[in-house]
Write a protein that binds this ligand. Structure first.
Ligand code: ATP
Ligand code: MG
Length: 165
């Protein structure tokens, strides 16, 4: 269905705001337009964005920052993709872990040794849910400095390209 990805993000930010506040993490958001429509299965995209946002808060120390941006990406004067950026200034991901973070059950060393035990499924699910929309995820990170996830979604998707389950 056609959904406004900006409204979806605003709803999500509202839902997770208290988690950020608990850690005095500042969530800031910039949207290039108020309405950016994409053809998506809402619940899958919500799940993907939620998993990445929760990670950004979880793997950022108290007093940190998480920045969210949504922009349209043009090519040949046409909107080709929507780019969603989720950037934190948290603990970062060591180079040796970076190629594996989308694997199911993979957790970087720093999180395995943490008390709050996740399962290592969050990013695998997020990636799967983006891929079924013919989108993709990119990640840049530096240990000790922070992490940026970029999610690309096609602006105009063909009809019924996503399987229902
Ligand atoms: P869960 O299944 O509860 O989400 P998880 O958070 O450990 O568990 P993923 O969300 O798949 O699993 O993330 C995989 C690993 O990638 C994490 O364990 C963590 O080491 C690393 N990671 C993910 N996002 C970030 C981030 N924003 N900053 C630092 N490390 C991160
Ligand atoms: Mg996670």
């Amino acid at each position: 269905a056609m959904e406004n990805i900006v409204a979806i993000m605003e709803e999500l930010i509202e839902k997770i705001q208290f988690l950020a506040e608990d850690k005095q993490i500042r969530l800031s958001a910039y949207f290039s337009e108020d309405v950016i429509e994409v053809s998506i299965e809402k619940h899958r995209i919500v799940q993907a964005l939620y998993n990445i946002l929760i990670n950004a808060i979880h793997y950022t120390n108290n007093g940190g920052q998480v920045q969210i941006r949504i922009e349209r990406v043009m090519k040949d004067r046409q909107v080709e993709h929507v780019r969603i950026m989720i950037e934190d200034n948290g603990i970062g991901i060591p180079d040796e872990d970076l190629p594996h973070i989308f694997n199911r059950f993979y957790r970087a060393d720093h999180s395995r040794t943490r008390p709050n035990g996740g399962t290592g499924l969050g990013l695998a699910i997020a990636q799967q849910n983006i891929l079924v929309h013919q989108g993709w995820i990119e990640v840049r990170s530096k240990a000790g400095e922070g992490t940026t996830f970029l999610i690309f979604l096609p602006f105009v998707a063909g009809p019924a390209m996503c399987s229902p389950n």
